[in-house]
Design a protein around this ligand. Structure first.
Ligand code: GAR
Length: 208
């Protein structure tokens, strides 16, 4: 059984998609052992509580500096017996220490087809604003392993979503979530729990 810790900052719809997929048996051999938010007001914490999942807020504001905050986060991951760290709308950049400790065991969902509209400054609604500004006809979502860069790790799954002429950043965000993120994030966890994802030469390979 793969022990998954989900890190969140906001609404937690991706967390909900993971919870629902586990309940429906679409994610096998995995369970959420803990949900951690950096933001005490995150609705994701309520979703976790409703699902009976251990949830905690570890906020940088409660620590004298970043090193102490990162240490508390690392301790919380260890205490939960974490095998896989899932970043589901987590708006804090992880330190190298955690990335090293969990190399190949941290995944993130990003609301675009990487390498478009990603990197520093591209998060949340901003990604969709930029996609609309550029006039792309297709966007989507990506689940990837996390390395030391921003959105640069090996890509596990991607799903395309069409952009409509009358889209606003909000309508596009919603469709990318529904049609892409909420599907490929649970799917990626199921594949990893099934031992079907390998990193070879810096690329993630999914085995049939
Ligand atoms: C999601 O769209 C996720 O892809 C994005 O934040 C949103 C969180 O929503 N993440 C990033 O932009 C990371 N760079 P949620 O809290 O409802 O899951």
């Amino acid at each position: 059984m793969l022990n998954v810790t989900v890190l969140v900052s906001g609404g937690g719809t991706n967390l909900q998609a993971i919870i629902d997929a586990m309940e429906a048996g679409r994610i096998r051999n995995a369970r959420i052992v803990r949900v951690i938010s950096n933001n005490p007001g995150a609705y994701a914490l309520e979703r976790a509580a409703k699902a009976g999942v251990d949830a905690a807020c570890i906020s940088p504001k409660d620590y004298p500096g970043r090193p102490a905050y990162y240490e508390a986060l690392a301790d919380a991951l260890r205490e939960a017996g974490t095998d896989l760290v899932v970043l589901a709308g987590f708006m804090v950049v992880l330190p190298e220490t955690i990335i090293r400790e969990y190399r190949g065991r941290i995944i993130n969902v990003h609301p675009s087809l990487i390498p478009s509209f990603c990197g520093t400054g591209f998060y949340g609604l901003k990604v969709h604003e930029e996609a609309l500004k550029r006039g792309v006809k297709v966007t989507g979502a990506t689940v990837h392993f996390v390395d030391e860069g921003t959105d640069t790790g090996p890509i596990i799954l991607q799903k395309a979503v069409e952009v409509r002429d009358d889209d606003t950043p909000e309508t596009l965000q919603r469709r990318v979530m529904e049609d892409a993120e909420w599907q490929i994030m649970p799917q990626a966890i199921d594949l990893i729990a099934g031992g079907r994802v390998e990193i070879r030469d810096g690329r993630a390979c999914v085995m049939e």
